[in-house]
Design a protein around this ligand. Sequence first.
Ligand code: ATP
Ligand code: MG
Length: 330
Amino acid sequence: MSTVDDRAASGERATAEAADTPVVRVEGLSKRYEGVQALDDVDLDIVDNEVLALVGDNGAGKSTLVKSLTGVISPTAGTIYVRDENGELAEQTIEDPSDAQEVGIETVFQDLALSGQHDVASNVYMGREPRQSNLLGRLLRRVDRDRMEEGATEALAEIGFQVDPTAPTAELSGGQQQATAVARALISDPEIVLLDEPTAEVSVEGSEKILELVERLKDQGRTVVFISHNLDEVFEVADRIAVLRDGKLVQVLDNDPSLDRRDVVGLMTGAVQRLDDGTDETADAASEPETAPGSDGSADEAAATETDTERTADEAAATETDTERTADGS
Ligand SMILES: Nc1ncnc2c1ncn2[C@@H]1O[C@H](COP(=O)(O)OP(=O)(O)OP(=O)(O)O)[C@@H](O)[C@H]1O
Ligand SMILES: [Mg+2]
């Protein structure tokens, strides 16, 4: 996997261009369910090797964005680009999780999507079970259980968990189940890992491990999208914070020490419309506030006010009911 640093070594011009090339770009991404605009015209770049936190209130559209990127749902409108091996953004049609896996995106879903009646090793290797290498095994396509158990144990140890690979998944603690889902996501060595509320059902100790894991994934050169309701966690691990509200991307902020969590909460709830912190990635020059930081925000509010009539006609027409595909694409 090439990193910004690798590319930086390869020349100034390349540095400027490649370092600026996001690993994923979404443009105009919208998802409408009957009566709900779950995602509304979202433009977002995911930068190479960053930890991007997605925050927002319940129902803001965080999971919908993740599911769109992984082909669990089909967006009503919009385009997804993923950086290809030439370092260029290429449009991708991601129709199911295996399409996402092919372009290096793995996901730990909010509901984990584990099979409770199967054991840990089976869940870690679900859909990509190694086959026995002896002749009979190859002929009969026999699953190599030994390799699965060893591999699952190793994958879990790698992320700091000791879990019996033969244990039925339904009998594990919340943290162990979370770890099993994470191990499954990492088994294919993905470049981009999406973690949808990985700490929600986990003990304090388990949450710490998961935050360490996020940092380790970044150290390994991966790009991580991290969703959490816990702003302490977000402030601890994120490089940038993308705030969603009512399906809209409100603002993307650099997580630097001057960032005030009350402002982030304000953006989440709508009490603050927009921060003028000079790091705005969603910038639309027309709606850039003129006011200085610390102003009462009324001008920002006026500038950022948007009406539902801006929604395009085809989005409104393409109302969809619950047509979610399952996480394994079946
Ligand atoms: N399958 C579905 N059918 C109908 N509406 C849906 C469906 N999935 C999500 N929604 C609606 O879309 C909106 C966005 O939901 P989403 O799950 O993306 O929010 P979220 O930000 O992940 O929230 P949470 O923090 O609670 O996980 C919500 O209003 C939700 O009710
Ligand atoms: Mg969610």
